[in-house]
Design a protein around this ligand. Structure first.
Ligand SMILES: Nc1nc2c(ncn2[C@@H]2O[C@H](COP(=O)(O)OP(=O)(O)OP(=O)(O)O)[C@@H](O)[C@H]2O)c(=O)[nH]1
Ligand SMILES: [Zn+2]
Length: 401
């Protein structure tokens, strides 16, 4: 429609006065506001489609695009996408040149969504439903795009639906030899898809509460928290989430780390599951130049799955799915640590989004940094010792040089 509008005439006399306006790119300009994407995972039949239909039919006043990746592993080229506003829905097709979003080359899904927004106008939110068998650790990095790539979307968080009636059975299942993308996951033969979906979650919706007793629900809750103590838990029946903010939308799970989240994770949840757990490490207040060492330590544990100094043998000692932390520096500033699998960032809190101010003031009473890790084979004592030793050696060698 804009193409048909007559070109605007500019009064040449005033052009000098108008130029500053044209050049000045307002950071709050809607064209530079990034659109959040939430990944919705959950084992087969957990209630993902029910959830997205519920959201599409609610009158929440937001323009939400829902991408159904139902046929995830089949070879069909296009992805159904439903855009809803005020209870009205329109079907769109996402044009991906090959494969499904979770298996495709980086950026393809992102590009498809961006080009759709160019044609259709911006969405307020995007929800992506994965297949029941998807490993969110493979999908999240696709949408956790580098600032430098100038993407118009950003990963807001991962929401995992749980079928309260069947989850314990799913956690006991024999996992397949390889996952659907053919990647070798032999290092974690004990982990099922259900484990992976729980360990990566920022929010866990325990659904189908109508089918279990309160006692059963307690057991389910404990099992889930023993795997992932960071995630926020909500209970739902028929996937009804009356309040979307903080549960499905506006999670900021990848661009902020609140002290409350980290405190919650360290509240001594049971370790029912021997294979996969959440551990919390305290990190001493660091000098600015010690960040290099912290970064090196994180690279070793996240990239090589081994403690620094053990690089001789290539055996994967452990496997980390999610990393979050708040690191205090001696100058009073805070660095945030964010990671999913081997992808991680150390962020300066002051540079972060508009609500970080609110969060840091609410978070001020922290006298130590904290690092929370979720994954397989994590021994809290071994990790604590490795980190402290590594930082201390680095400090000594700096002092003596
Ligand atoms: N009793 C009960 N049934 C539910 C609830 N939520 C969903 N269901 C039913 O469970 C079935 C599966 O729900 P879906 O929303 O299709 O689940 P899904 O996660 O999308 O399933 P897949 O796409 O096959 O992985 C449907 O028959 C739903 O009506 C609930 O809270 N309680
Ligand atoms: Zn796939």
């Amino acid at each position: 429609m804009d193409d048909d509008a007559p070109p605007q005439l500019v009064n040449t006399k005033n052009i000098n006065e108008e130029i500053p306006d044209l050049i000045n790119t307002d950071p709050d300009d809607s064209s530079s506001v990034k659109v959040p994407i939430t990944i919705v995972t959950g084992y087969l039949g957990a209630g993902k489609t029910t959830l997205l239909n519920y959201i599409l039919n609610e009158r929440h006043g937001k323009k939400i695009a829902v991408i159904l990746n139902e046929f995830g592993d089949s070879a069909d080229i296009e992805r159904s996408l439903t855009v809803s506003k005020e209870g009205q829905q329109a079907e769109e097709w996402l044009d991906l040149s090959n494969g499904c979003i979770c298996c495709s080359v980086k950026d393809q899904g992102v590009n498809a969504i961006e080009s759709l927004m160019e044609r259709r106008g911006k969405f307020d939110y995007i929800l992506l439903e994965t297949t029941g068998l998807a490993d969110p650790g493979n999908i999240a990095p696709l949408f956790w795009v580098d600032e430098g790539l100038g993407s118009t979307i950003y990963l807001d968080g991962i929401v995992t639906l749980i079928d309260a009636k069947n989850i314990l059975k799913s956690l006991d299942e024999q996992p397949p030899d390889t996952d659907h993308d053919g990647e070798d996951h032999n290092s974690s033969p004990e982990l099922t898809t259900a484990h992976l979906q729980i360990s990566h979650a920022d929010v866990i919706l325990i659904n189908k509460t109508d089918l279990v007793t309160p006692e059963e629900l307690n057991v389910v809750t404990e099992s889930i928290q023993s795997i992932n103590s960071l995630a926020r838990l909500k209970y739902t029946s028929h996937s009804e989430v009356p309040q979307l903010e903080g549960v499905l939308l506006d999670l900021h799970a990848y661009d902020s780390v609140s002290a409350q989240d980290l405190d919650f994770a360290s509240k001594g949840h049971s370790h029912l599951d021997p294979n996969i757990s959440t551990i919390t490490l305290s990190v001493p207040v660091l000098e600015l130049n010690q960040l290099t060492e912290l970064d090196a330590w994180l690279r070793s544990i996240l990239w090589d799955s081994t403690f620094p100094g053990h690089s001789g043998h290539r055996v994967k000692e452990f496997e980390i799915h999610r990393t979050k932390g708040r690191i205090l520096l001696s100058d009073g500033s805070i660095r945030l640590v964010q990671g999913v699998r081997e992808v991680f960032e150390l962020l300066d809190e002051r540079e972060r989004s508009s609500d970080s101010g609110r969060q840091s003031s609410a978070n001020s009473p922290l006298h130590q940094g904290k690092l929370v890790l979720i994954g397989r084979g994590l021994d809290v004592d071994a990790f604590g010792k490795s980190l402290r030793t590594f930082l201390a050696i680095a400090t000594e060698s700096q002092a003596s040089s």
